[in-house]
Design a protein. Structure first.
Length: 186
């Protein structure tokens, strides 16, 4: 992937063929973002689904995450049309261990299935391993979340284990699959 990085005063802007990952700002805490947070389909396997979100709670969340020096919080924006379609969070970054976890949300359902998550993750990996010098990236996916598992496997992440009955979904407890990717795997 041909990626470019531009450093802003706080964070970097990552660019690929179809996407720009730019730092999330308080201006991104919009009705659109609140709609994503309250969409139970978008957040079926997320802790966000247990709370009803408002503009105020979204702003507070964005302010808190953006203030954390060990987190890089990106808006996923299409280059064509400059449409904000989701967010991606890298962190917390553990400097001593040179590792970080990440999460991705494509909030606009009409953007699902178009390869945006794959492209955004490729950008994030390249940034994490090259610009930040991380040794490892980690993620977890609920075992029945086939889309997330496909994404991680497609990007070369290795299944590292299973956290049994780790995620509650109504009256069911679901397994979470732990994934990791080393810089040497990239």
């Amino acid at each position: 992937m041909n990626a470019t990085y531009t450093t802003t005063t706080a964070r970097s802007v990552l660019t690929s063929e179809r996407l720009v990952l730019r730092p999330v700002t308080i201006a991104d805490a919009t009705e659109q973002y609140v709609r994503w947070l309250n969409d139970t389909t978008v957040h079926r396997y997320s802790e966000y689904r247990f709370v009803t979100h408002t503009i105020e709670s979204a702003r507070a969340y964005v302010e808190r995450v953006c203030a954390d020096e060990h987190v890089h919080f990106f808006a996923i924006v299409t280059r064509e049309g400059k449409r904000h379609i989701g967010n991606m969070k890298l962190g917390p970054i553990h400097p001593h261990h040179e590792r970080a976890s990440f999460g991705i949300m494509i909030g606009e359902r009409d953007a699902w299935g178009r390869g945006y998550a794959t492209e955004a993750l490729a950008l994030l990996e390249q940034y994490a391993f090259t610009a930040l010098g991380l040794h490892k990236l980690t993620a977890g996916a609920v075992a029945e979340n086939a889309g997330s598992i496909r994404l991680l496997e497609k990007r070369g992440f290795t299944r590292e284990g299973v956290q049994r009955e780790h995620f509650r979904d109504g009256d069911r407890f679901l397994d979470v699959v732990a994934f990791g990717k080393l810089r040497s795997d990239a």
